[in-house]
Write a protein that binds this ligand. Structure first.
Ligand code: ZN
Ligand code: FE
Length: 263
């Protein structure tokens, strides 16, 4: 897909594909022209997009330390002089980190305020970046459209708690996840909850988008609450599929995550 830009009145979001299935994101505070990259999947692609937009990079906001998220940090810092902001807990693993933040901290990107939410599970230091006033969330590899990240470091209980924080955001919040995994996530979700009409309709819509080479990201918190099985362990349909009627959410979540690993 070509890069796409979205003008919210105050925070511009430019989205473009990187690597196999990552998305790169460049943000700009319209009032001041201050910019940020959410993660650095591919320094070359990010530099190309900056040049195309005529933006200079002021900050990198990392979600976690994995190479497809922080691998371009040092090259971009070297080339642009930008400052790198990320999880304080991951100071030792995020290349070039200048400022470490934690739960509830607010960072000012020009006139825009972005809040840190700690979301351990995929990695222990994973964070999400929430622009509350703009209704925008960058969630890295924690929440995907109809899916969630693999548990490389955290426990199912930790990830379930992290997802709960994101699910509690306003329904209209636009959710920018780091990968285009939606089509496979939808196929998996349908195995768990084939009777969910919203899910059936969304899976068909996703197929149409992908047939045209279009992104399925961003999604919204409202859409995810309605269709993402990992936010729905209380669904009677999902519990019945898994033979876990009446089980607690963490048990159901853990079973779904396990099955998804080999789907
Ligand atoms: Zn990752
Ligand atoms: Fe990733």
């Amino acid at each position: 897909m070509p890069g796409t830009s979205r003008d919210t009145a105050a925070l511009e979001v430019h989205q473009f594909p990187c690597l196999e299935d990552n998305y790169g994101y460049l943000l700009r505070d319209a009032a001041t022209g201050i910019t940020a990259a959410i993660d650095t999947p591919d320094a070359t692609a990010i530099r190309r997009e900056l040049e195309r937009l005529g933006w200079r990079l002021d900050f990198i906001l990392n979600t976690h330390h994995h190479g497809d998220h922080a691998g371009g940090n040092l090259e971009l810092k070297e080339r642009t002089g930008c400052r790198i902001v990320g999880s304080r807990a991951d100071a030792a693993r995020i290349p070039g980190l200048d400022l470490g933040l934690g739960e509830g901290d607010v960072f000012e990107l020009g006139t825009r305020r972005v809040r840190v939410v700690e979301t351990p599970g995929h990695t222990l230091g994973h964070i999400a970046w929430i622009f509350d006033a703009d209704g925008v969330a960058f969630v890295g590899d924690t929440l995907f459209a109809m899916g969630c990240g693999r548990l490389f470091e955290g426990t199912p209980a930790q990830m379930w708690h992290s997802l709960g924080k994101l699910a509690a955001l306003p329904a209209a919040t636009r959710v920018y996840c780091a990968h285009e995994y939606t089509q496979k996530n939808a196929r998996f979700a349908l195995t768990l909850e084939p009777g969910n009409a919203a899910l059936v309709a969304r899976a068909a819509a996703v197929d149409r988008l992908r047939d045209q080479g279009l992104p399925t990201v961003p999604t919204t918190i409202g859409e995810e609450r309605a269709t993402n099985p990992f936010l729905r362990p209380d669904s009677a349909g999902i519990q019945a599929t898994l033979g876990l009627a009446g089980a607690d959410p963490v048990t159901v979540f853990a079973e779904m995550r396990q099955r998804r690993n080999t789907f």
